[in-house]
Design a binder for this molecule. Structure first.
Ligand SMILES: [Zn+2]
Length: 168
């Protein structure tokens, strides 16, 4: 069970709406799966040039290179590393734990895509070196613009399993 306070819940939806039709992304932190910290992180796929992408030699981006930055941000996200490390610094200072990564789906349901699962598994391959506990993956769906849906998942062995989310 993941518990998200109402103000953070609303702020995540506001973040998703602000970036729509692009995907937003961010970090949630807290203690014992009760969220107390929310960090909006820039989706760098939304603003990367072709030259920058060429230097960004990750296999997962090879397919994305053919798309325009706008198209890329619609279907995927990559968190800005510097903002992530700033968030982690703040999380350490507050003595809380990085608990979840979130991103939005602007046209599809609140379920991990094949790309989401690939990115999560890639993250799993070096997560322990970063000393980060296994994150929950939260997805905000704006498929129905008047009724945003938030769901959470564990992603292990290329399989997503839903984790109940409670709004408090
Ligand atoms: Zn996704």
């Amino acid at each position: 069970m993941l518990t998200i306070p109402s103000d953070i819940w609303e702020d995540m939806i506001e973040h998703a709406r602000a970036l729509d039709p692009h995907e937003c992304c961010g970090i949630l932190a807290g203690r014992d799966k009760i969220i107390t910290g929310h960090y909006r992180i820039t989706n760098i796929l939304a603003k990367m040039s072709e030259a920058e992408l060429a230097r960004f030699d990750q296999v997962k981006l090879s397919d994305l290179k053919r798309l325009s930055p706008e198209e890329r941000a619609d279907i995927a996200f990559q968190m800005d590393a510097q903002e992530m490390s700033q968030a982690q610094k703040d999380i350490r200072q507050k003595d809380i734990t990085l608990t979840a990564f979130y991103h939005s789906h602007t046209f599809s349901p609140a379920r991990p895509s094949i790309t989401d699962i690939k990115i999560a598994m890639e993250f799993e391959s070096y997560r322990e070196k970063l000393n980060i506990p296994e994150p929950v993956h939260v997805i905000i769906s704006l498929q129905d613009k008047t009724n945003p849906v938030i769901r959470a998942y564990r992603i292990q062995d290329s399989t997503a399993t839903e984790v109940p989310v409670e709004r408090r």
